[in-house]
Design a protein around this ligand. Structure first.
Ligand code: 2AM
Length: 561
């Protein structure tokens, strides 16, 4: 697999632990590594408390592993429309299928990671939690659903789970005393910079990639990593800690009839807090729930009802916090109460478009600026607007590296790769090509790129053409959707070349998709399934199994958003 040693189950025992110590199985399903990171913390804390620990990826967990009674700590994230992480698809199907194993005698607790601005918030956590119980396992601790700012809640869940398990198993709890301060994480070359302690990177350059007349605004941003010690690999992302738009914040404060300088304690004033600390645009269900309470409004309560889920979804589309505040005013609201209704401003992740090996002092990003109109207001994406309108070369912005184990070049430089990256989805493939060029990798490389117009939107055109000239890029297929009457998309180009795609995959090629996760990724997935059927002589079910195997063995990887 691309992410290195995927030993099915990594068993480990602390030297001073008797072999009779109770065992905890930390089981994770992770797309980009957040759930795996939490699982690593759980593993380390459990070891420190004297448990024996099995650390297992859902990708490598099946019926066989579920045969004996287990003490399970399950960490799983949710993606897209309530879907499992790619490596966990098979395990999710197993538990929900006819052949699901009985789990009597096992104990479990679930931690779900998700984003409350999505309708299917923590759906996978909910699914696994319900399924483990239905299959007969005993829930020893209630599920916890975490929003984007998950760290504290995750840590609390770990401590609670281990204490509870210590009591239940009567074994390891004794070792707990004084050892709960185990290091949060192990090994690796970790720089001091992190999500919570970001590096302030100088902006070296920020250029518009689209030409005049484009309806897109895609920016190429180069940041300096000089003296940061930050290291990244192709496929990783940069997390940017943004600030909210000052004009929007001022409008919001006016709409609330609050004083910008209201003191919130710890030296923070309202305006400053709204600029830096809290999400003030995106509407989440938890916000609407709190606002329904504060405004005591029947219409809002109705929209939150279980039967109104679809209506809620449509209603919240294009609607921001300020729109709700204006429509459903709350009399005599104080600043602290308002703040309590908000969630922390989450950093945003951007796939890295450069190779650290080519220039260790820089990191490049390809950012699609989000601007649109809704309900009579013009809106900007929080981070993309911040980058486009409030940041210039010479400024410093807070960043960290978000490592993504599930989007990695093959270890073997001779392995061919197929890359599908329309729009800003092309970013990591620029990093891939820079890296393969630097390494002198001999494997074939095939890019499918798409955007609206050839003339204005062919991102990094000269670089691709150059690489094709040099032979590094073996093949390049482009789909400019709006240069002709009929829409042509990357998946159409895939189908045109289905036979060769199939042949490449038979040769062992890895298949990568990056970009839009709302429709593109699903359409490309379907094209791949169809190609497997048509050229692999497989029926629908076998094609689906084959593609799932590609996903689980990390030969088919996605970075979609
Ligand atoms: P469109 O905007 O003309 O529909 C990058 O944004 C490119 O992805 C654009 O050419 C866009 O086309 C295209 N695109 C839009 N929806 C898509 C889909 N479902 N699958 C693949 N590409 C899509």
């Amino acid at each position: 697999g691309a992410s290195g040693a995927h030993t099915p189950v990594e068993a480990s025992t602390q030297a001073n632990t008797a072999s009779s110590a109770p065992e905890v199985v930390v089981l994770f399903g992770s797309q980009t590594g957040n759930a795996e990171g939490v699982a690593e913390m759980a593993r380390d804390r459990a070891k420190a408390r004297g448990f024996e620990v099995r650390f297992a990826d859902m990708a490598d967990f099946g019926k066989k592993e579920l045969k004996e009674p287990l003490n399970l700590m399950v960490v799983v994230s949710t993606h897209g429309e309530g879907e499992p992480p790619d490596p966990a698809i098979g395990f999710h199907e197993l538990l929900n299928g006819r052949k699901a194993p009985k789990l009597e005698g096992s104990r479990f607790t679930v931690l779900g990671l998700g984003d409350s601005s999505y309708d299917q918030f923590c759906q996978m956590g909910k699914d696994f939690d319900a399924r483990f119980a239905e299959l007969g396992a005993e829930r020893f601790l209630d599920r916890v659903d975490c929003d984007v700012d998950y760290e504290d809640a995750a840590e609390a869940w770990i401590e609670d789970a281990l204490s509870k398990l210590g009591e239940l198993t009567g074994g390891a709890s004794a070792a707990a005393a004084g050892t709960s301060q185990a290091p949060a994480s192990t090994g690796g070359e970790k720089s001091q910079w992190s999500k919570r302690n970001p590096f302030h990177a100088e902006v070296l350059d920020a250029v518009l990639l689209n030409d005049d007349g484009s309806s897109k605004e895609t920016r190429h941003i180069e940041l300096s990593l000089e003296d940061s010690g930050l290291v990244y690999e192709p496929g990783d992302a940069v997390g940017i800690v943004p600030q909210n738009d000052p004009d929007y914040v001022d409008e919001l404060i006016a709409a609330l009839s609050l004083d910008a300088e209201s003191e919130l304690g710890e030296g923070r004033q309202l305006r400053e807090a709204l600029l830096r600390d809290f999400e003030v645009t995106t509407l989440t269900r938890p916000f609407v729930e709190k606002w329904a309470e504060l405004s005591d409004n029947a219409e809002l309560r109705r929209l939150l009802g279980e039967d109104a889920r679809q209506e809620f979804r449509e209603w919240s589309y294009g609607r921001h916090i300020i729109d709700v505040i204006e429509q459903f005013p709350v009399e005599q609201l104080d600043a602290a109460t308002f703040i309590q209704a908000l969630r922390k401003l989450p950093p945003r992740l951007y796939s890295i478009a450069s190779s650290h090996n080519v220039d260790p002092d820089e990191v490049h990003l390809t950012v699609g600026v989000v601007r649109y109109e809704s309900l009579g207001r013009s809106r900007n994406g929080v981070t993309t607007g911040y980058l486009a309108d409030h940041v210039e070369p010479g400024d410093r912005i807070p960043i960290y590296i978000d490592h993504n184990k599930n989007f990695k070049l093959p270890h073997d430089d001779n392995t061919p790769i197929i890359m599908v990256g329309p729009g800003t989805g092309v970013a990591p493939f620029r990093a891939f090509m820079q890296e393969r060029e630097e390494r002198g990798a001999q494997g074939k490389n095939w890019l499918f790129f798409g955007d609206q117009h050839f003339r204005t939107d062919f991102l990094y055109q000269s670089e691709w053409l150059d690489w094709r000239e040099k032979g590094l890029l073996s093949r390049l297929e482009v789909a400019f959707s709006r240069d002709q009457a009929e829409k042509i998309y990357v998946q159409d180009r895939m189908r045109e070349h289905g036979e060769e795609i199939h042949a490449w995959l038979e040769e062992g090629a890895h298949f990568y998709v990056c970009g839009d996760g709302e429709r593109m990724a699903a359409d490309v997935h379907q094209a791949l399934l169809d190609i497997m059927q048509q050229y692999g002589g497989l029926d629908e079910e076998s094609a689906a199994n084959h593609v799932r195997e590609l996903q689980q063995s990390r030969r088919y990887q996605r970075d979609v958003y």
